[in-house]
Design a protein around this ligand. Structure first.
Ligand SMILES: NC(=O)c1ccc[n+]([C@@H]2O[C@H](COP(=O)([O-])OP(=O)(O)OC[C@H]3O[C@@H](n4cnc5c(N)ncnc54)[C@H](O)[C@@H]3O)[C@@H](O)[C@H]2O)c1
Length: 253
């Protein structure tokens, strides 16, 4: 039985990941702001550190895997909050638990987004990667919500790639899943929006495979990347988006 820790397992994609890992016979510890084994607010440094401490106490022998799924969408009006949870809530948890995952030669899967390559704010992404939380938060308040969201998702993928080799040498395989449009409580709200609802429905209709993703599609990809079948996959960003990224960026790999 493998021991996994994950963030954002209360609803949506995270709940499906939790369900799948449990069904596979694993032990799963969920960190979330609600409905979780460890209640912690990943928007604050105190909350992140409390989550790391609680996981360390619960799994002193190490972790076989860690999934960072907690995140807020561009529908959230507070840009600082999106930045705090999506970027800093991801990298601080991973850094705080790296040695625990290394102890069992485990794997880490970050949840990015297929919106990451569409980001148009290299300055914001640069600030995130510099680790200066205050400057990144201040900057986030000056740009559009979609740029904040896609910027945080680009930065987590780039952070992962810039550390993948070092982590692998330490015994930790690290990859990211980049979901495309997946129907969850997060997207439900946008679909109902009187202003953006129609555009979202048209966007959904343009998904090449002909249907939107389900949380289970993201859970299947995450479970695969955590598994020994993926033992030679390291530093990859796996687009699970029905072909949207290929459609938008056919010439780029
Ligand atoms: N649904 C999509 O189409 C889609 C597409 C690309 C990427 N994603 C990413 O997938 C992940 C899951 O999204 P979802 O659609 O399932 O959304 P969701 O809203 O259903 O789930 C987000 C989870 O994060 C938790 N969370 C939020 N703020 C938190 C905080 N401060 N501290 C701790 N936990 C917190 C929530 O409680 C919830 O369990 C997110 O990172 C999101 O950016 C989703």
């Amino acid at each position: 039985m493998a021991i996994y820790a994950m963030t954002g397992g209360a609803t949506g994609i995270g709940a499906a990941i939790r369900h799948r890992l449990l069904q596979e016979g694993n032990q799963v510890m969920v960190v979330d702001i609600k409905d979780a084994d460890i209640i912690a607010d990943l928007s604050s440094r105190d909350g992140r550190q409390a989550a790391v401490r609680a996981i360390r106490e619960a799994a002193p022998g190490g972790l076989d895997g860690l999934v960072t799924c907690a995140g807020l969408g561009s529908n959230v009006p507070d840009h600082r909050l999106i930045t705090q949870v999506n970027y800093f809530g991801t990298v601080e948890l991973i850094e705080g638990l790296k040695d625990l995952v290394a102890a069992r030669r485990g794997a880490i899967v970050l949840i990015s987004s297929n919106s990451a390559p569409m980001n148009n704010s290299p300055e914001f992404v640069g600030l995130l990667l510099s680790g200066d939380e205050q400057k990144a938060l201040d900057f986030s308040a000056t740009i559009a919500a979609q740029e904040v969201y896609s910027g945080t998702k680009k930065a987590v993928a780039r952070w992962m790639r810039s550390r993948a080799a070092e982590y692998a040498v330490a015994g930790v395989r690290m990859n990211a899943v980049a979901p495309g449009y997946t129907q969850t409580p997060m997207t439900e709200q946008v679909e109902k929006d009187p202003v953006y609802g129609q555009a979202i429905r048209e966007f959904m209709a343009s998904i090449p495979v002909g249907f939107p993703g389900k949380p289970e599609d993201q859970a299947a990809a995450t479970s695969f990347l955590l598994s020994p079948d993926a033992r030679f996959i390291c530093g990859s960003v796996l687009f699970v988006d029905g072909g949207h990224d290929a459609m938008f960026r056919p010439d780029q790999i």
